[in-house]
Design a protein around this ligand. Structure first.
Ligand code: NAD
Length: 485
């Protein structure tokens, strides 16, 4: 395996020390990545600060660069997908889809128009509200979809005129570093640096005096530490944190048909999806039939090395998460739950875990209250819809939730009572470029996607022109304002 380097101020930078990267399909170390030092991080931050004014003031260049980035990623998609499967475990076909999304992040934002709003234009004054880039953004990401996470924040941050220093998860740094290696040839030096390393590097980034914004995706526990550290100098924050999404099934569904659609909303990417269904609430009358139909699907899934043909679910992505999932299932079973199917790791090397359907799970047990982030779904029964709603909302998480019914109007009425940033009817993963992605309660702070991301990476500025003095006002807004882009 070749050496992987960080990209700092347009240059390849090797680690003075390294972290090991494990292939979750074998459980073996297969590569090393640099463990960024404080001095190296300082260089990246200083370069990003110096690059900021010229980058902010040249929206045309930013658009050109972003389109070139997208093309370069597309051209290297096969190599990137392979690397992502090796370090993260997901099936190669799915990895290719994530690589396409990585490139498309840049295309989506390259010429997104952000209208400035004129809120008064009369004999007294002209008042315009524009969005101003924050400066340097520190972006910190987890390990579940490394390639899309490599660019999904960079693109809107760039569009808004910011420069970025980005860190992937220590479990999956390689595909992101490889993106950096491609983009260092395209992006002006300093505008985008990629560093790698452990949690400590993330802490240094948040505490660093240079960034004016922090974009953090990860667990609630880390998110709280990030929020606390960022408050020291009031950095702007976008926090996308964990979820424990409930799915409420209404009594009018066909169990077989429901299972066909619900199954993959819980088990895609081995359940390691922030908005995966993590708890299902099913009416008593249908519980047995829904459990049977879900278990049948689970038994039919091909689990294996993501590089092998036909594999639908790869390993759990790292040893820490593998142990966590095993512990949560063991705890549920010790508390009286039954694994109708699964409930155990596969024999042999690697972090493979059988897709698991649990019944008899007590409300208040860890698998219900915590985020499992793995291939396990507790299916619980309820008596009244009101009771199901109460149990679904009895959590400090609030990322996503869904209602499933043959009667969409009825489902919609129920959905409106769910406390989460996204609510779906008869699906659990709809996406639209203009819909905000946000978490209620502990699942996040701020909203992202399309214009929502631009708002997150800018501050509003009110620009006043008094009409009592000279009255000619330039047609275009201030340098760097998003109107002229
Ligand atoms: P994590 O919080 O352990 O780590 C995420 C990143 O933060 C890593 O790069 C890590 O090195 C860094 N980090 C850890 N502690 C830090 C600190 N104190 N300061 C700064 N950086 C720190 O999370 P994880 O285990 O990598 O990811 C899984 C979690 O991410 C799950 O809870 C999942 O739901 C969540 N997630 C949320 C979304 C979303 O959009 N809401 C998307 C994907 C994943």
């Amino acid at each position: 395996m070749r050496d992987h380097t960080m990209t700092i101020n347009g240059r390849a930078v090797a680690g003075k020390r390294t972290i090991e990267v494990v292939n979750p399909a074998t459980g073996k170390v297969f590569a090393e990545a640099p463990d960024c030092t404080r001095e190296q991080l300082d260089d990246a931050m200083q370069g990003a600060k110096e690059a900021f004014p010229a980058w902010r003031d040249n929206p045309g260049l930013r658009t050109e660069v972003m389109l070139a980035c997208a093309d370069a990623i597309d051209a290297a998609a096969e190599e990137l997908s392979l690397l992502q499967t090796l370090e993260q475990g997901m099936p190669l076909d799915q990895s290719r889809g994530v690589a396409r999304a990585c490139a498309n992040s840049f295309r989506r934002y390259a010429d997104l128009q952000i209208p400035a709003e004129v809120i008064q234009d009369d004999g007294n004054a002209r008042i315009e509200v524009v969005r101003r880039a924050l400066g340097v953004i520190a972006v910190i990401k987890p390990w579940n979809f490394p390639l899309v996470q490599a660019t999904t924040e960079v693109a809107p941050a760039f569009r808004a005129g910011n420069t970025v220093v980005m860190k992937p998860s220590p479990y999956t740094p390689l595909s992101t570093l490889a993106v950096g290696e491609l983009l260092r040839e395209i992006v002006p030096a300093g505008a985008l640096s990629f560093v790698s390393g452990g949690d400590q590097v993330g802490q240094w980034m948040v505490e660093h005096p240079v960034p004016r914004g922090v974009s953090f995706t990860g667990s609630v526990a880390s998110g709280k530490l990030v929020a606390s550290a960022a408050s020291a100098d009031l950095k702007r924050l976008l926090l996308e944190l964990g979820g424990n999404d409930p799915a409420i099934v209404l009594p009018d569904v066909d169990p077989g048909e429901l299972a066909g659609r619900l199954f993959w909303t819980a088990f895609r990417n081995a359940g390691q999806v922030c908005i995966a269904v993590k708890r299902a609430y099913v009416p008593e009358s249908l519980h047995g039939a829904v459990v049977d139909a879900l278990a049948e699907r689970a038994r039919a899934v091909k689990v294996g090395n993501g590089l092998d043909d036909g594999v639908e679910i790869g390993p759990i992505s790292n040893a820490m998460q593998f142990e966590r999932v095993k512990g949560l299932v063991a705890d549920a079973i010790a508390g009286g739950a039954t694994a109708v199917t699964g409930g155990r790791a596969l024999d042999g090397p690697g972090y493979f875990y059988e897709p698991t359907i649990l019944t008899g799970v007590r409300e208040g047990s860890r698998i219900v209250d915590e985020e499992q982030f793995g291939p396990v779904l507790p299916v619980m029964s309820y008596r009244t819809v009101e009771e199901a709603l109460e149990r679904a909302n009895a959590t400090s998480f609030g990322l996503g939730a869904s209602v499933w019914s043959a009667d969409p109007a009825r489902a919609w009425a129920v959905a409106q009572k769910l406390e989460s940033g996204s609510v779906w009817v008869n699906t659990h993963d709809g996406k639209n470029e203009r819909a905000p992605v946000a978490g209620m309660k502990w699942s996040g702070v701020g909203a992202k996607n399309g214009l929502w991301s631009i708002l997150a990476y800018t501050d509003p500025q009110a620009v006043w022109l008094s009409r009592s003095g000279p009255t000619t006002y330039p047609a275009a807004s201030q340098p760097g304002a998003l109107t002229s882009a």
